[in-house]
Write a protein that binds this ligand. Structure first.
Ligand code: ATP
Ligand code: AMO
Length: 405
């Protein structure tokens, strides 16, 4: 039996029959102290003799590699591409096991919180006839011979659900972006957590939902996922997220002013680039002691066509982005709810209104003021745990170079 057992390759699946023994002197043994005196062993599935990834190497932290190197030991670092090529093995590392458990908790809390606030879960089509966000970043395909595309977001349909009399809706589903963005935070397919709701007085009602939702997600992770967070921290050390009980809101202009005072000039009424967003994140942390904040009242020129212009100054919009550690996790806004203005803004943004006529018409049958937001699930987990690449928080990532496994 010993010879048979020693012939088994690492990661083979076995059934073992034996006697469990605990050390005499301890009442509470750790797993490592428990022994199984094996009587019978069956091999259910034998792994190949040499795996393409050594799991011990894949689970080491950078600090362990450096320490080993200083001691003259030679260890093999497992690169991101190799990990993703052999994801079924890579997923077995303790950190990866923890990451996708955390992801599941975020998604679960998102549903639970919104259900408790009377939102209804919906499912909107992913095979659609035109672009949802404008722009060219759509995957095109043929749908029974007709040109079609994969939905860039549930945007138009979640608004149509509001037109359909649902006061508050949410959706968890895939989002497709054909952008050629080879960055640490862009995927071609990600999980969108979307919500849309009627607004009674002001679009800050949407921000209040985000505030309650994310404070409850952060608290839940901190209090109930300690083991998972420690496991991730062992391989990828990170500072715990700092957030306020009431989420900080700053205007876009206040953000620009903070950047200006710190020596960064932004093109007037322009978007913040990645570097500026990160810098603003650092400045906000220094001044207000939070890694999580909302920036609102963006210029019209940098927001999608369906965004409601500000009543007091239409060069700005009733819109916002939300940041964790200086990177965007959420975009949201009040939407235009009159068909005339919607068609005008779509045309101004270069969108052929005939491709979205059913959407625009939905607002001629009586549509309440409403707003909503979209969250990227992978980004939330990546930034909560300060991981350096979104591919670590997507189980089988799709990026411009990767369609397999
Ligand atoms: P959205 O979800 O609104 O697209 P995002 O986080 O994907 O938000 P973008 O609006 O696409 O952000 O881009 C914001 C910033 O991200 C850009 O100003 C740019 O600095 C950076 N960025 C986007 N794509 C790339 C890229 N391929 N390479 C480098 N930086 C990029
Ligand atoms: P937006 O395009 O900003 O807004 O997307 C919403 C959120 O989705 C995430 N995200 C991404 N995650 C991974 N890879 C990508 N390529 C990627 N692009 C975006 C981000 C972002 O904040 N319809 C609006 C939302 C709304 O207003 O309700 C929209 O799609 O976390």
């Amino acid at each position: 039996m010993v010879r048979f057992a020693t012939s088994l390759s690492k990661e083979s699946i076995v059934d073992v029959e034996g006697v469990v023994s605990l050390p005499k002197e301890t009442l509470k043994a750790t797993t490592q102290q428990v022994e199984v005196q094996v009587r019978k062993i069956y091999c259910i599935n034998r792994a190949i003799p040499t795996l393409p990834i050594n799991l011990e190497d894949a689970a080491r932290s950078e600090a362990e590699f450096e320490k080993a190197e200083q001691a003259g030991e030679k260890l093999v670092r497992v690169g991101q591409d190799t990990r993703l090529n052999y994801r079924a093995i890579d997923l077995r590392t303790p950190a990866n096991q923890a990451i996708f458990r955390i992801q599941c908790q975020v998604e679960n809390k998102f549903r639970e919180f919104l259900l408790s606030k009377d939102f209804v879960g919906i499912h909107t089509p992913k095979l659609i006839s035109g672009s949802s966000e404008g722009g060219a970043a759509v995957f095109k395909l043929l749908y029974n011979g007709q040109p079609a595309c994969l939905a860039q977001s549930p945007q138009l349909y979640k608004q149509m659900a509001i037109c359909g009399g649902y006061e508050r809706v949410f959706e968890v589903g895939p989002v497709f972006r054909a952008e050629n963005s080879n960055t640490h935070r862009h995927l071609c397919e990600f999980v969108g957590l979307d919500a849309e709701m009627e607004i009674k007085e002001h679009y800050f009602e949407v921000c209040d939902i985000i505030d309650g939702l994310f404070v409850s997600i952060f608290k839940h992770l901190t209090e109930n996922c300690k083991k998972e967070l420690e496991t991730i921290n062992r391989q990828y050390p990170f500072e715990p997220l700092q957030y306020l009980e009431k989420t900080l809101k700053l205007t876009y202009e206040e953000g620009i002013q903070m950047l200006k005072e710190a020596g960064t000039e932004i093109e007037p009424m322009g978007d913040l680039n990645t570097e500026a967003e990160k810098k603003l994140g650092r400045l906000v942390k220094e001044k207000y002691g939070t890694d999580f904040f909302i920036l609102y009242r963006y210029p019209l020129a940098v927001r999608p066509f369906y965004t409601m212009p500000c009543y007091d100054n239409p060069a700005y919009t009733n819109s916002f982005d939300v940041f964790i550690r200086g990177e965007e996790i959420i975009s949201g806004a009040q939407r235009i709810h009159t068909p005339e203005l919607l068609a005008k803004r779509a045309t101004e943004c270069g969108i052929d209104v005939s491709t979205i006529s059913a959407y625009i018409e939905s607002f001629s049958y009586g549509a309440p003021p409403h707003g909503g937001f979209g969250v990227g699930l992978e980004r939330v987990v990546m930034l909560f745990c300060a991981l350096n690449n979104i591919r670590k928080t997507s189980m089988f990532p799709r990026d411009p170079q990767r369609l397999v496994p």
